[in-house]
Design a protein around this ligand. Structure first.
Ligand code: ADP
Ligand code: MG
Length: 274
């Protein structure tokens, strides 16, 4: 067993990158499952109308399911929509439904439209029986109001970067939005973690991209790389994370290592501050 010590705080991650298909959802659910596997209590908030995170966690999210939509638009308490993943009693999910697609527009005319998720999450965390160690918000591939709600609610930003051409393209726009959020909406948000995903060590390109990202973000990039792996891409069609689907696969091992690294780096930082 790996020896990791949880901080006792609730760390709220938003997994964001306005590019689609870079591994946001895969990272959100597998890091969450890996944290739960380490004994942490974890809540995944699915903010993507596609609901891929809800699917991967084995949580029903048909149109009738109470969802994040009801929280954002009708001020349902978060506690009323949260389900437990069949994978682990420590793995919770606030599902998305297709209705969330309309929320982006409906939010525009609402009061405190950027703070809706933050308010709901604060209320939930203040009243929940069992302490939540990690909240992980899976974002849609855009910088609209849903993503802004995630940035406003989070303490940390986790950016997955795919080791392919144009990996850094669009990143300056994302970082610009983050600075705007820090200035106007959420000063406690920090870009703490970058995770290189879909890494294929056999190609020179993947190595070059990894080197380039590390050069730009030496503090933020995790040592752990997530390899391109068929098991990772198969798992969601079984309604599972790769941690449950094939715990000994290279992808599962890498996501567990990444989770341990995220916990260790934080304790190292806090010891440095003490
Ligand atoms: P996003 O949420 O950013 O749109 P996804 O997490 O849905 O991206 O990933 C996009 C596609 O890539 C999915 O089909 C997913 O199964 C696949 N994928 C993600 N990570 C890996 C990996 N490490 N190895 C193989 N396939 C992956
Ligand atoms: Mg996604």
């Amino acid at each position: 067993a790996t020896d990791v010590v949880l901080s006792g705080r609730t760390r709220v991650f938003t997994v964001s990158n306005q590019k689609g298909g870079v591994g946001k959802t895969t990272t959100a659910v597998n890091i969450a499952a890996a944290f739960a596997d380490l004994g942490a209590r974890v809540l995944v908030i699915d903010l993507d109308p596609q609901g891929n995170a809800s699917t991967a966690l084995g949580v029903p999210h048909s149109a009738e399911t109470p969802s994040v939509y009801d929280v954002l638009i009708d001020e349902f308490p978060l506690a009323d929509i949260i389900q437990t993943s069949p994978e682990s009693p420590n793995l919770l999910c606030a599902p998305s439904t297709i209705h969330l697609a309309g929320a982006e527009i409906e939010l525009v005319s609402q009061v405190a439209r950027e703070h809706r998720l933050r308010t709901a999450l604060d209320e939930y965390l203040a009243n929940v029986q069992d302490h939540i160690d990690f909240v992980i918000v899976d974002c849609p591939p855009s910088l609209g109001l849903l993503t802004i709600n995630a940035f406003t609610a989070a303490t940390e930003l986790l950016i997955p970067i795919q080791c392919e051409y144009y990996a850094l393209e669009g990143l300056s726009q994302l970082l610009g939005t983050v600075r705007m959020i820090q200035k106007h909406l959420n000063p406690r948000l920090s870009l703490s973690t970058i995770l290189l995903t879909m890494y294929d060590g056999r190609t020179r390109l993947a190595q070059q991209v990894a080197d380039e990202v590390r050069e730009h973000f030496p503090q933020e990039v995790l040592q752990t790389l997530i390899p391109r792996s068929v098991r990772v891409s198969e798992a969601p069609s079984f309604g599972q994370t790769v941690i449950a689907y094939d715990g000994q696969s290279a992808g599962a091992i890498a996501y567990r290592e990444a989770a341990v690294e995220i916990i260790r780096r934080d304790s190292a930082l806090n010891e440095g501050r003490a």
